[in-house]
Design a protein around this ligand. Sequence first.
Ligand code: FMN
Length: 371
Amino acid sequence: MGIIPPLPQNSHSIVRIGGYALPNNLAVAPMAGVTDRPFRMLCKRMGAGYAVSEMVASNPRLFGTDKSRRRADHAGEAAPVAVQIAGADPAMMADAARYNVERGAEIIDINMGCPAKKVCNAAAGSALLADEALVARILDAVVQSVPVPVTLKIRTGSNPHSRNAVTIARIAENAGIAALAVHGRTRACLFVGPVEFETVRAVKRAVRIPVFANGDIATPQQARDVLSCTAVDGLMIGRAAQGRPWIFREIAHYLETGRLLPPPSVSEARAVILEHLDDHYAFYGEDVGLRVARKHLHWYSASLPGASALREQVNRTESVSSQRRAVDLFFVRLADACERLPYAANDAPPETAAPLRAVRGVALEAEALAA
Ligand SMILES: Cc1cc2nc3c(=O)[nH]c(=O)nc-3n(C[C@H](O)[C@H](O)[C@H](O)COP(=O)(O)O)c2cc1C
């Protein structure tokens, strides 16, 4: 693709998932409706060492839909291709794992982290955490059904009175799960309140398989703090990568050198965004591509001067060529006004300020224990 210079590798630790040694310890989190193939490939080009697909339903009746077909399309994605499956029936989950491996999945990830009603009403996603015996049966069935590594994504429990992430992690390790990602909130907490990095640290201490910490990591400094407080092997980043895929190289650079990279130049951002759009339109086609691109364009422009006018324009346009032209013009004009994107590399969106304090709280507690 040629736009982005090669990244410094993060030498802190090499994370291995089964036979795959990841290029670094930064992963883009699975996000339905966001981490489609074009976005995963973009994040990998911008420095994510690992990416997990949007979840794919385990119900075979849904395999033939356009959405499922797109989610099973991994053409051109750098290895390892990780596909997330969701469901509650062990045999169906095993079939879904086999189906996706036959279509190119090199790692199967099991979703026990998503609180979405669509998933949890069917007692899947994070709802499963309340039934440890069923968790064990699902993990056993999937691990035994495929010859590739199987990973698991969880929350810390069902609700603040029932935090069983450590027990689930041990069940997972016994079942042969190759790596764990832990979003440090319970299912009931949704996305609200501080991330429980203490629980993530307890999970890391309890198992020998690689553990990724997830939740509200939005700046290079937060990434460093979470790594040092929890001693996890890797970090998984979701919402902070929306509209900011270069966050992976910013974090990788900071972990490697201790120095913050400047924000991307406007001309680089323009090239990256247009390249994303071209890939995106080619993947979805004209109609769906035009609509699905809007949210990415809102995120890309959210903190930039003139964002609301651009938003209105990209929502109104009726062809991908005019949408692309509007974006191009917006960034050409922005480049006249400023050389670099107008944010500091340590800027975090306001909603992450509280969790940052929570991370620092763990750091202080760790220092107090060491003293
Ligand atoms: C729009 C959206 C869609 C998501 N879809 C999934 C999903 O399909 N599977 C899953 O395991 N988690 C899903 N998640 C949860 C994320 O993977 C992640 O755990 C969560 O956003 C916390 O990380 P963050 O604070 O870095 O965003 C989703 C989150 C968002 C915001």
